[in-house]
Ligand binder design. Sequence first.
Ligand SMILES: [Zn+2]
Length: 94
Amino acid sequence: MTALPETIENHAAQGVLALHWPDGRSARVTHARLRAACPCSACRAQRRAGIDIPEQADVRLAAIEPVGAYALNLTFSDGHRRGIYPFEMLATFD
Ligand SMILES: [Zn+2]
């Protein structure tokens, strides 16, 4: 089972989400990278079709909501809000 992050800090001005894990690892992931990695069914279908979701440097997280104890639902400034990001996936960012 994937551990929950100990802390999640959103650095809105820099566009960075900082995740700190119980094993001492931490990651600073840009909002743009999170948006480009969106795991929702529409974005996955787009990637499967060979169309990359471009990293938009100015895209920002607009809302972060927990989904149960296993994921975060991230809403972005471009209006996209379908991505449920499991902690298991978030733990793969370095
Ligand atoms: Zn998506």
